[in-house]
Design a protein around this ligand. Structure first.
Ligand SMILES: NC(=O)c1ccc[n+]([C@@H]2O[C@H](COP(=O)([O-])OP(=O)(O)OC[C@H]3O[C@@H](n4cnc5c(N)ncnc54)[C@H](O)[C@@H]3O)[C@@H](O)[C@H]2O)c1
Length: 397
């Protein structure tokens, strides 16, 4: 068989986060081994927004089916609204493409399991776009965890928030929604904007490189700060893995500064892995391994910004697949299942409206933001004591 050397890519959804993939493909225009075969988006002015498409004669379609009538693709990269994920992934698999789907994988565990079945039947992979999982720094840490270097895990915890105001919620018709036209969305900081750090903890505890730990118990305090948001916008959760390890996550859209944390401590029998919040180059923090015997080891920069790794890996695996050498990117359907299960269980819990006396309204560049007074201190105390907000401060719950 003649070896195929070129991967044809279709990008589906390029108006929001998908712009990142467009930029990445633009960078690769000189690379003959990757071809942007087409773009698919319902926006009427995709070409106007992205003159590079016209310059390079890249066709734009409104419907996925229209694209596949005229082309084929080895890899489909999907960055569309959450409720569309399942149907679009299945469509692309059935048209013979491997798929890189933006996180979250889909809207429910049931959809994910059906997708896994179709993945098996078609022989094409589904990779999920949790970028931290793809980073060499994460993989190195995970290898060392799997090799038992740090001993058994004891407790993992992280604080991470992004300030999000009305403009974030008004950018589309699904932000902050629990359902849309009868479809599950469950959009929240846990499922979407601040999902990465939580996913990363579950991923680090997986028993194989491409698995995450199974979640067996989910407890949480969920809060709504912006009364117009349907779902929660602030959360403190503790999930327990099948081997009984507690994983705490504190997240919000209602912090004072643009970003809160990330601050992490991953406690193992022999060491604590800390994500040092000191920004070494104003962008990335650094992992430190603090051994129980007093040694401190630097273990690399926080991998969140290494977003291009996921696209590179999906392209490499798609190329290998074409040549009959089965390879799957590291963030598999299994690796995303526990996150989905957590989101499902959170959707069954009560959401408390935060008392307005605890909220400051801010106007920045014409956009309204809500800051929960003292949330930084509340989360920090919760993190230190492994507790929920109502256990460390009155007025919560
Ligand atoms: N990995 C990350 O860091 C990261 C960051 C942000 C968003 N995301 C994920 O990316 C996905 C998209 O989020 P977003 O914020 O860009 O959403 P968005 O709603 O702002 O943009 C979605 C894009 O999909 C297009 N679209 C809608 N319906 C379509 C259809 N039927 N066919 C083709 N295109 C269609 C829209 O026109 C738009 O261009 C979500 O799953 C989100 O969680 C990932």
């Amino acid at each position: 068989m003649e070896e195929k050397t070129c991967v044809k890519v279709v990008l589906i959804g390029v108006g929001g986060y998908g712009k990142f993939y467009l930029r990445e493909m633009e960078k690769r225009t000189q690379d003959p081994s990757v071809i942007l075969e087409g773009v698919c988006d319902v926006m009427p002015d995709v070409e106007k927004q992205n003159p590079f498409l016209l310059e390079h004669g890249i066709p734009v379609y409104r419907e996925i089916e229209q694209f596949y009538e005229e082309h084929d693709a080895d890899l489909a990269v999907i960055s569309t609204p959450i409720p569309l994920h399942f149907e679009q992934v299945v469509k692309c698999l059935k048209h013979g493409s491997d798929v890189l789907i933006e996180k979250p994988l889909c809207s429910s565990v049931e959809e994910a399991l059906e997708m896994a079945q179709i993945e098996k039947e078609t022989g094409h992979f589904v990779a999920v776009g949790y970028q931290m999982n793809y980073s060499p720094v994460t993989r190195e840490l995970k290898n060392r965890i799997l090799n038992g270097e740090f001993g058994n895990p004891v407790v993992l915890k992280t604080i991470h928030g992004f300030k999000r105001g009305k403009a974030y919620y008004h950018r589309n018709n699904w932000a902050g929604k629990r359902t849309l036209h009868g479809h599950l969305v469950n959009d929240s900081p846990v499922n979407n904007s601040n999902a990465h750090q939580f996913q990363n903890m579950l991923f680090l505890l997986g028993d194989q490189m491409d698995h995450s730990a199974t979640v067996t118990e989910v407890k949480a305090e969920l809060y709504r700060t912006d009364p117009e948001v349907e779902n929660f916008d602030t959360a403190a959760l503790c999930v327990r893995t099948a081997s009984g390890v507690p994983v705490w996550y504190y997240t919000t859209h209602n912090c004072l500064h643009e970003e809160l944390g990330p601050v992490s401590e991953f406690h193992f029998e022999k060491a604590v892995i800390r994500l040092n919040p000191e920004r070494i180059d104003h962008e990335h923090g650094n992992y430190q391994i603090c051994w129980k015997d007093g040694r401190i080891e630097e273990a690399g920069a926080m991998p969140e910004s290494g977003e291009s790794f996921k696209l590179d890996e999906a392209i490499t695996c798609a190329k290998k697949n074409q040549n009959g050498e089965k390879q799957h990117p590291v963030c598999t359907i299994q690796a995303a299942l526990s996150h989905l299960e957590t989101v499902r269980r959170l959707s069954e819990l009560e959401i408390c409206d935060i008392d307005r006396v605890m909220v400051e309204e801010e106007h920045i560049n014409g956009v309204i933001y809500y800051h929960v007074k003292n949330i930084e201190k509340v989360f920090s105390d919760c993190f230190d004591q492994e507790k929920y907000p109502s256990q460390v401060m009155s007025g919560w719950k």
